[in-house]
Design a protein around this ligand. Structure first.
Ligand code: PDD
Length: 290
């Protein structure tokens, strides 16, 4: 495995960053997780846009422009001979003297890890996963804005530890106003009476790329979508529940805590299929125009 760090490639064992990197010392960094289907990086532009947005919110200048990032990602895939890949792009504030001031770090650390994509077991898509509503609240947007895809992930890690203790596949966090926010690594949707509901961005969540695509696909399919706050009780009373992210796409939920939602419902299945069709369509189009 070859890791990209600031313009050069290193074998996994030699891929190292400084102990003075503020990413390590303070969790001062941002990242993106992307997925490549047969060599095509799905929604690359949207991920780069979000990386730029995260960088802007933390007042960090990215060391590469859009084309530079695209080239670094495609070089990393080529170097590693990957087609179906999990790709992680991380940008930390970089090495600097100990102290909180970002100006101590003149050069950010830009790194890319890419590895063979391993799909979630088929059974999870067929039967659905169980999720747990955890006690850890999602960060308040005025403390650490969840819109920043930050490597400062303790909030999510605490929620994940709770979920794991509860034997759940994913932990769902509420926000400070007691409404459902999002999962530790995913956005959440419910279906009630054939209509789709997902928390709005002002609930204090990450603007998931998959979330955006699913909303668009639902609209195209004639499904009414509401970006609206909903409670834990509404989550448990839903007809269908699913979670989304770049790696799992549309993942059906069969159980929320001890409440059974049931097998993947009609709307969930329609959206899961539409998502996959969209990925394949983008892949084909790219190939035709290459
Ligand atoms: N996580 N919410 C949170 C907190 C996330 O970390 C993620 C993604 C999402 C979904 O975003 P997207 O649809 O753009 O993948 C929502 C990635 C997969 C990760 O942490 O690796």
């Amino acid at each position: 495995m070859q890791i990209y760090i600031n313009g050069a490639f290193y074998p996994k064992e030699e891929a190292k960053v400084s102990v003075f990197d503020h990413g390590y010392l303070y969790g001062d960094g941002i990242y993106e997780t992307l997925r490549a289907y047969d060599g095509y990086v799905f929604h690359l532009d949207e991920h780069i846009e979000r990386l730029k947005h995260s960088a802007k919110l933390m007042e960090m200048a990215l060391p590469l422009d859009e084309d530079g990032i695209k080239k670094a990602i495609s070089d990393t895939l080529a170097r590693n001979g990957l087609k179906d890949a999990y790709i992680r792009v991380s940008v930390s504030r970089g090495p600097g003297e100990i102290g909180l001031d970002p100006e101590l770090c003149p050069v950010p650390t830009f790194l890319i890890i890419a590895k063979q994509f391993v799909d979630y077991p088929k059974e999870l898509y067929e039967k659905g996963v169980n999720i747990a509503v955890v006690n850890t609240r999602r960060n308040h947007p005025e403390t650490l804005d969840p819109a920043i895809k930050s490597t400062n992930f303790l909030n999510n890690i605490f929620a994940k530890m709770e979920a794991k203790k509860a034997g759940a596949f994913e932990g769902i966090m509420l926000n400070h106003a007691n409404f459902v926010a999002e999962g530790t690594i995913s956005n959440i949707f419910i279906v009630k009476n054939g209509e789709l509901v997902t928390p709005p961005l002002i609930a204090g969540i990450l603007e998931g790329v998959t979330r955006g695509l699913v909303i668009g696909l639902a609209e195209r399919l004639g499904i009414t979508v509401f970006e609206e706050m909903f409670s834990e009780a509404a989550l448990k009373a839903a007809d269908e529940v699913f979670i989304t992210n770049t790696t799992m796409e549309v993942m059906p939920v069969r159980e929320v805590d001890d409440k059974t939602i049931g097998a993947p419902g009609k709307v969930t299945k329609m959206l899961a299929e539409a998502y996959r069709r969209e990925a394949l369509h983008c892949l084909k189009t790219r190939k035709l125009t290459d």
